[in-house]
Design a protein around this ligand. Structure first.
Ligand SMILES: C[S@@+](CC[C@H](N)C(=O)[O-])C[C@H]1O[C@@H](n2cnc3c(N)ncnc32)[C@H](O)[C@@H]1O
Length: 208
């Protein structure tokens, strides 16, 4: 299932990157960038194949980004990318000052394990930032869709042609609580009657 979703994702990143990845001048990417307050060594889990995600726009001069993605390495990037899976991060404990999940949790087979891995590689007391794109199940389909989209195959067990399981707000809250993440700050940005972006700044419960 995941391999088919990834293959579908790759088609969309090639055909319409501006709608499916953080690229170009996008107000939502800028808002998330400001929300994250990037500083220090930042791990971006599911960074995408693009050379420089648009949500890296705002950061301190001391910030260094490292990205992890199964598509890493296919194209040149302007920062360090590592080809790996979120559920099995290839880093030692406590290495990063911040860990980021930008519109990725709903692409993972096991988002709970991915968040637990994110907490493991984070220095105790530092923050995890999460961007969730919420879409209501009754969202009307677009009036027209492109030929490339019509050609995608939805694998059995997946929610749609791109996502393992889309998360609504209550599912996100349960997931965060299940892995012991506490919400320090949150912002919600309405897109339309059916869609919204939610940003979370989180800390592991019991951290210093
Ligand atoms: C919607 S894209 C978001 C990319 C980037 N964060 C952005 O906003 O531009 C979802 C990304 O998750 C990656 N992905 C899917 N499954 C993954 C996994 N198990 N571990 C890490 N990344 C994964 C995909 O390859 C893809 O680059």
């Amino acid at each position: 299932m995941w391999e088919q979703l990834q293959a579908n994702g790759e088609v969309s990143y090639e055909e319409e990157p501006e709608s499916n990845l953080g690229v170009g001048e996008r107000a939502d990417c800028l808002a998330f960038s400001r929300f994250c307050r990037f500083d220090g060594l930042v791990l971006d889990v599911g960074c995408g194949p693009q050379a420089w995600p648009a949500y890296y726009a705002v950061h301190t001069p001391e910030t260094r980004f490292v990205g992890v993605d199964p598509l890493a390495g296919d194209r040149a990037a302007d920062y360090v990318q590592v080809r790996a899976l979120a559920e099995y991060l290839p880093f030692g404990d406590g290495r990063f000052d911040q860990v980021v999940f930008a519109t990725t949790l709903d692409h993972f087979v096991d988002p709970e394990r991915a968040l637990t891995e994110g907490i493991r590689v984070l220095r105790p007391g530092d923050a995890v930032s999460v961007w969730i794109g919420e879409k209501q199940p009754d969202t009307p389909p677009p009036a027209e869709s492109s030929d490339w989209y019509e050609g995608l195959v939805k694998p059995e067990g997946a929610e749609d042609v791109f996502h393992v399981k889309r998360l609504d707000l209550s599912e996100v809250e349960s997931l965060l609580s299940a892995v012991g993440l506490e919400v320090l700050e949150r912002e919600s940005h309405r897109i339309d009657d059916f869609r919204a972006n939610h940003f979370f700044r989180l800390a592991a419960r019991g951290g210093p």
